[in-house]
Structure formats: structure tokens, C-alpha cells
Design a protein. Structure first.
Length: 150
């Protein structure tokens, strides 16, 4: 396999991360990040020396970013929707505002490539402008990796 799946998702917290409303979200970060890293197909995730990406705000002070690389769509899908991560997803309305635009983007990267936040932002913008394409897509409409026919 010469390609791997990159993903970016963004969120706007309802309150600052150090607020009581966000306490359970913050308390689950270490556990959920460890779960991702132990999941089949996990390759890499964006993080600072603190072990998460909550201090990175390339899309504005009010937007959190989460970016990772996985073996394939199936591996990421299993982690997001069929692991303990799903429990946290069910509570997202408690912690995050509903965004009016697309907030998750998937795309293929060459194996070993670690996408930059700028690259991820460009993919999200592409998806918002053009809809799902082989360049930027969603779980609902996926595309095979460029080398799938080989």
C-alpha cells in the first residue's frame, strides 16, 4: 500500500477548555487518544508536547483541530463509530457548537507522509467548495486510494 488515509476534524467548543462544562471532554482526552493509538490501522496523530492538539488553533482561536493518519477508511471508521470513542461522540452536543459547514475531511496521502495543518485546511476548503471528490471526501462518500487499481 502506497497511500494512507489522513483526516481532519474541527470543532468550536461551547466554553473555554478550562471551564466546568468542558471538564469531562478534557478528562477524556488522554483515554481517547490512547485508544486511537492502540486501534488497528492507526498510524499517527497531530499532537504537541502536552500530548494533544488542543493548543493548536490554525483556523482561529475558537476552533479546535484534530488530525490523524490511518491505514484505510475502514480502520478509521471502526475507531470513530465502533469503539469507546463513539461514547464521547454521543456527547459532542454538550461540549461543541453545531457548525453550519463541513467539519470533517478525509484524503489520501503517500505512505509515511505527515500532513500539515495548512494542507488539511486546504483539503477542508476544497471539500466545502466542490463537494466530495478524490481530493477531499467524507465517510458518506469515500474514494479509493490513488493506487487501488494497481
Amino acid at each position: 500500500m502506497t497511500h494512507q488515509l489522513a483526516q481532519l476534524n474541527i470543532a468550536r467548543p461551547r466554553d473555554p477548555l478550562d471551564s466546568p462544562r468542558m471538564a469531562d471532554f478534557v478528562a477524556n482526552l488522554v483515554r481517547i487518544n490512547a485508544l486511537a493509538e492502540a486501534s488497528p490501522g492507526f498510524i499517527w496523530r497531530l499532537q504537541t508536547e502536552q500530548g494533544d492538539a488542543t493548543s493548536l488553533r490554525p483556523m482561529g482561536e475558537e476552533i479546535l483541530v484534530n488530525m490523524s493518519v490511518w491505514k484505510d477508511v475502514e480502520s478509521l471508521n471502526a475507531y470513530v463509530y465502533r469503539s469507546a470513542h463513539a461514547e464521547v461522540m454521543r456527547r459532542r452536543k454538550e461540549w461543541f457548537e453545531r457548525l453550519s459547514d463541513t467539519y470533517v475531511v478525509l484524503w489520501w496521502v503517500p505512505a509515511g507522509h505527515r500532513p500539515t495543518l495548512r494542507e488539511a485546511e486546504l483539503r477542508l476548503t476544497h471539500l466545502r467548495r466542490h463537494g466530495a471528490t478524490a481530493e477531499a471526501f467524507t465517510f458518506r462518500q469515500t474514494f479509493p486510494p490513488p493506487d487501488a487499481a494497481e
